[in-house]
Design a protein around this ligand. Structure first.
Ligand code: AMP
Length: 217
């Protein structure tokens, strides 16, 4: 088992990209945001604990997230693609320790780079399918559904995530700048680190990322 990381700011497109990469390269997709949202919607003990942080766009504490991730990795044998984890230097260090204790290696660490000015319009216009097992993602301008407010795939209603409002976006960006900066530096010097320009059209970003994986996987 090898671990690949894909990360970027809220609105960088990392979630959609990670889904495409995991399908194309048959990697297990592990999104901490998806797991946490699922816990909130099911009202589990973890879900009740993290509900407020999730809604206002602040990070869930490192111990909770590390606990979820390491439990998932315990029995994993396939290559895994992380989306949204690690998000802080402490999580990155905990993941390094977890891997070295088990003599496991990192695969690719891909950073999707998008300027802040572009991110807000992407986030605030994003709409997601309310059916959590579908999870399709739309945008009010960039990717409209065929029928306004209705998912093309499963016909459920489209909603705005509570952390995609303008207010929550700014909280998430403050958090991102404070926590991602040191983490980015942690990975930037490593030989498996790659930075991709995330401003291009989604297909172009995907083909740039695919080329990296074709060389590597
Ligand atoms: P995402 O879907 O990746 O944008 O994550 C949505 C929300 O889940 C974030 O705003 C955080 O509240 C929480 N979250 C997801 N992953 C992490 C993580 N690695 N560390 C802390 N909080 C996280």
């Amino acid at each position: 088992m090898r671990l690949h990381l894909i990360f970027g700011a809220p609105g960088s497109g990392k979630g959609s990209l990670a889904k495409l990469v995991h399908e194309k390269f048959a990697l297990t997709h592990l999104s901490t945001g998806d797991i946490l949202r699922d816990s909130v919607s099911k009202g589990t003990e973890v879900g009740l604990r993290v509900k407020a942080s999730m809604a206002n766009g602040t990070l869930v504490d490192d111990d909770t997230v590390n606990g979820i991730v390491f439990a998932r990795l315990q029995d994993e044998t396939e290559d895994v693609l992380f989306d949204g984890y690690p998000r802080t230097l402490n999580q990155a260090i905990a993941l390094d320790d977890f891997l070295s204790e088990r003599e496991l290696d990192f695969g690719l660490v891909v950073y999707i780079d998008v300027p802040v000015s572009v991110l807000e319009s992407r986030i605030v216009g994003r709409r997601v399918c309310s059916n959590s097992s579908c999870g399709a993602i739309y945008h009010v301008i960039r990717k409209k559904p065929l029928v306004d407010g209705v998912c093309d795939s499963c016909k459920s209603l489209l909603v705005q995530r509570p952390d995609d409002t303008s207010l929550a976006f700014h909280a998430r960006m403050d958090e991102f700048n404070a926590s991602y900066g040191p983490m980015l530096e942690h990975y930037r010097g490593k030989s498996n680190f790659r930075q991709v320009d995330g401003i291009a059209l989604p297909d172009e970003v995907f083909s740039a990322v695919s080329m990296l994986y074709e060389e590597y996987v």
